[in-house]
Design a protein around this ligand. Structure first.
Ligand code: CMP
Length: 149
């Protein structure tokens, strides 16, 4: 079923000039980009985003890292978009991520793992709403829609 997922290229991914490679993989897979922006996150939005980790020992370091440089926010749409993107990103720890995934091909670290994506449809709804207004998300046709449903 078609759904939307939230994806963010983190400061290491932007700083290492990997935005294009990430975008290219999702486009080539057949997902549709319905929202896109770039920003340096405020402390408040970073803490809201990672609220579920607020009691973890790495929370402070995580907020410091995610606010340390520019990030790119994207919303991708397509059949099973949440699971498709999670699989394409690979395991959280780049060391454990399979070859062929973004983290397995491009990263070395647990924290500096290039990219974030929603882990469930409900999480995607919450994360999309945190970064995008309804009018910043676009519903449009692509010529290959018929082949990618
Ligand atoms: P992400 O998918 O953005 O979700 C939470 C992030 O916390 C995760 O990617 C990692 O960047 C980071 N993270 C998770 N576990 C650890 C850990 N043990 N030490 C440091 N950072 C972590």
């Amino acid at each position: 079923m078609s759904e939307r997922t939230f994806v963010m290229v983190k400061p290491d991914g932007v700083g290492r000039r990997l935005i294009g490679q990430c975008l290219q993989r999702f486009e080539a897979r057949g997902l549709k980009l319905v929202g896109l922006k770039l920003q340096v996150l405020s402390d408040a939005i970073a803490k809201a985003h990672y609220d579920e980790h607020k009691d973890k020992p790495f929370f402070g370091e995580l907020v410091e890292f995610i606010t340390s440089g520019a990030t790119v926010q994207m919303v991708w749409e397509g059949p099973d978009a949440v699971a498709q993107v999670r699989k394409m990103n690979g395991a959280t720890n780049c060391l454990k991520a399979d070859q062929g995934t973004i983290r397995g091909d491009l990263g070395l670290s647990m924290q500096n793992n290039i990219i974030h994506a929603s882990d469930a449809v409900d999480t995607a709804k919450r994360e999309i709403a945190l970064y995008f207004k309804a009018e910043e998300l676009w519903d449009y046709a692509m010529p290959d829609d018929q082949w990618l449903s």
